[in-house]
Design a protein around this ligand. Structure first.
Ligand code: MG
Length: 399
């Protein structure tokens, strides 16, 4: 049984279980049937807040980008109504110039709780509006969207970077990377995504490839008596030949997925998938669509069975758009795992989408700590993350 069939038969994959009305079916939905409660709410205040958070360790380079650092801010919007309700979520600074799109408007003019925002121009308020609706109706977002019954999901740590390099880019041995993996295991992860692509920017080409193979084997050895899936992500830093050389080099290590080996190109994708199928990697998923997604190429890759998992970002693409996009992917037999790197908020938004619709075999975990944000009750244990049952997205802004 290949991995995709395994994922589906294991119950993680739930294509077909969810039924959500299209635009034409809106009136039939109980939440949308002139929902009197939502209609009473008029937006009367909009605030923008920088909430600070930090990763538990300094995060170094990936194949493409320099040191990521440790201390960050989430730029969020908090929306208040004339009835005293509020909701908040990730936004963008440009939204400060477009508050007239929502200020003074009835909530029911802005969002439908089943289908999302009613105008694409509201994208910067999308998540906060969902949170607001959930708070008013006292339901978590996944229940607004039609819960599929599954409440726990596999999650991987997306924080295993090229941390063997010091600030100057000098190799310091593998201890730090392996210690980071152990930290993630102790935190509850049972899947790790190791950054590869060392042959691109940070090492001489052949040495970088060798180092990628070496670290993936070391991680595999470290966890071989414990459950730990290994995913790899080259951040588009490989060529097709590099990808094949890497996979040949790690041959006996099961690789859960290969992410962004090179920027999506149809012919290269075809060749890689064909090579994988013929060389013992038929169970390894091919994941792409995170960086500068070319939706036309990705669409053809899906049609041809090259792309297994679509990664377009949960926030960058948009939560409401993802609701519709995930349904589309399900109908085509393509798995989803929205990119969430950077911010724990995005991990938790993705958990709500997974609990609503399924089709997400594993969620990108971004471990974050914050004095400004309470990330809510999304328990991470034994490799699984649970969805929060608190209203909205179930998280609190503490400032
Ligand atoms: Mg990536």
């Amino acid at each position: 049984m290949n991995r995709r069939n395994f994922i589906r038969s294991s119950g993680i994959y739930t294509a077909g279980l969810i039924t959500m009305p299209g635009i034409a079916g809106l009136k039939a939905h109980p939440l949308n049937n002139g929902n009197a409660e939502l209609a009473q709410h008029i937006i009367d205040r909009v605030e923008f807040i920088e909430a600070s958070y930090y990763w538990p360790r300094l995060v170094g380079r990936n194949g493409a980008r320099d040191i990521h650092g440790q201390y960050r801010n989430s730029f969020v919007v908090r929306i208040h109504t004339n009835q005293g309700a509020s909701g908040w979520g990730l936004s963008r600074p440009r939204a400060q110039n477009t508050t007239e799109l929502i200020d003074g408007k009835k909530l029911t003019e802005l969002i439908d709780p089943v289908n999302g925002i009613l105008d694409a121009n509201l994208a910067d308020f999308d998540i906060a509006l969902f949170d607001l609706v959930g708070n008013i109706l006292r339901k978590p977002v996944y229940q607004l969207l039609g819960a599929n019954g599954i409440r726990q999901f596999p999650i991987y740590s997306g924080m295993v970077y090229l941390d063997e390099l010091d600030e100057d880019g000098t190799f310091q041995g593998w201890d730090r990377v392996l210690t980071n993996c152990e930290w993630d295991y102790n935190y509850g992860y049972r899947q790790l995504k190791a950054k590869i692509g060392r042959s691109g920017r940070w090492y001489p080409h052949a040495e970088g490839l060798e180092k990628d193979i070496e670290i993936v084997k070391l991680i595999h050895d470290q966890f071989q008596d414990r459950k730990m899936d290994i995913l790899v992500d080259a951040n588009d830093s490989y060529s097709l030949d590099d990808t094949i050389a890497f996979l040949s080099g790690v041959k006996d290590v099961p690789i859960y997925w290969v992410e962004e080996p090179f920027y999506e190109e149809l012919e290269k994708g075809r060749q890689l998938k064909q090579w994988m199928n013929l060389n013992g990697f038929s169970e390894t998923l091919y994941a792409d669509g995170e960086a500068r997604p070319d939706h036309e190429v990705l669409g053809t890759m899906m049609e041809e069975g090259i792309l297994d998992v679509h990664l377009v970002d949960i926030f960058g693409y948009g939560f409401s758009r993802w609701i519709h996009f995930n349904k589309n992917l399900m109908s085509r037999g393509i798995l989803a795992s929205p990119h969430a790197w950077g911010d724990r908020l995005k991990t938790n938004y993705t958990v709500q989408l997974a609990a609503a619709q399924g089709n997400i075999p594993t969620i990108e975990g971004v471990t974050c700590l914050s004095d400004d944000i309470d990330y809510g009750n999304y328990e991470l244990k034994d490799g699984l993350i649970s969805v929060s049952d608190a209203p909205g997205f179930g998280m609190k802004l503490l400032k």
